[in-house]
Design a protein around this ligand. Sequence first.
Ligand SMILES: [Mn+2]
Length: 377
Amino acid sequence: MKRLKNLDELLENIENILKKIKRSDKICVIHHDDSDGNTSAALFSIILHNLIGDYPILFPIVGIENVNNKLINQLKTMNPDFVFVFDVTVEPTKLDIFKGFILDHHIFTEIKQREDMPYFNPRSFEKEDEKVPPTCYMVYRVLKNLYPNEKVAWIAGIGITEDHHVDSCKDVFEDVMKESPGLLKVKEINQKNLEKSLFGELSDMVRSGRMIKGSEGAKTAVLALVECKDRPDKLINGLTQHSLALRRFYEKLSYEIQDCMRDVQMRSKFHKKEKVIIYTQKRTRIKGLTSFLADKIRQKYPSWIAYVVNEDYDRGKAKISIRLEQRKRGENLVSIIEKIKEKIPSLKGGGHKSAVGAILNLDDAIEFEKEFLSSIE
Ligand SMILES: [Mn+2]
């Protein structure tokens, strides 16, 4: 594959692959189960339905590096004509018997390209983190180019709001204003206003599926978005089969979160010198709470770094989610994590400059905290 120069070229490459899909083809989609991944899968489902009158088979996955052998074997049994991957970092060689593409935007180190399964990531030509768009933004651009009459900017807006990229994807919200007047009532399009608007609520709603019901819940969220593509009001009010289920997950999540936020205020350690809030979460049955709480703490305390620890993530393993507000803090979380990796071999993880997830041995958690605090100026 030729080296990509810009986003337009990347999107053109994607469209060229889509042209190869035939009516009878069986299509599988692997996607991250957060709002960016779910909205990407929903937008892609809408593209596919326009293209061949059918929907893809969905495989939501938890971690961005979580394509395991079980999933590969499941896919082999299904024997799809194409596999498309959204918002997940995976080696094309790992999906070696399949055709399709991988569309990602996470920080990656080295990827070996494969002709039949190219790995697309705007980071290959865009070095500035702020300018790397969420996956749903790229899928939306393809959709809008192929099917300009679809009025689904609001779906992309949900993933963009969660991914903290409102300021660099304003065109999508301008489309929302044109297509769904009444849905967006803000004086100015910016991250802060959007988080406080209905879009903040919608991104929590889309995320609540996986948090309450795991991958089945994530599928519910994608199906609800597709079902309500022309009627966002139906999604909000739970007036279709899947949106009703999603609405219930969201209500359950909201209730639990209120409780958690009270606990955050009571039990967090506020490190004043470094301006870091460290919170160790309580035992819970909600999945992905660590990153969700880190987002909420960042929103509430934008000039602080939010650091949330889950001490029983997995047997003997801890999960730590860290977030910062780029307008207020200059630290690069990915490079901090990379430096600490040299000292703590059990440490795995990464993400964006302003949002990272780390998994490490529980025994190393205290050393990690010490290293992290000392790397903050
Ligand atoms: Mn993403």
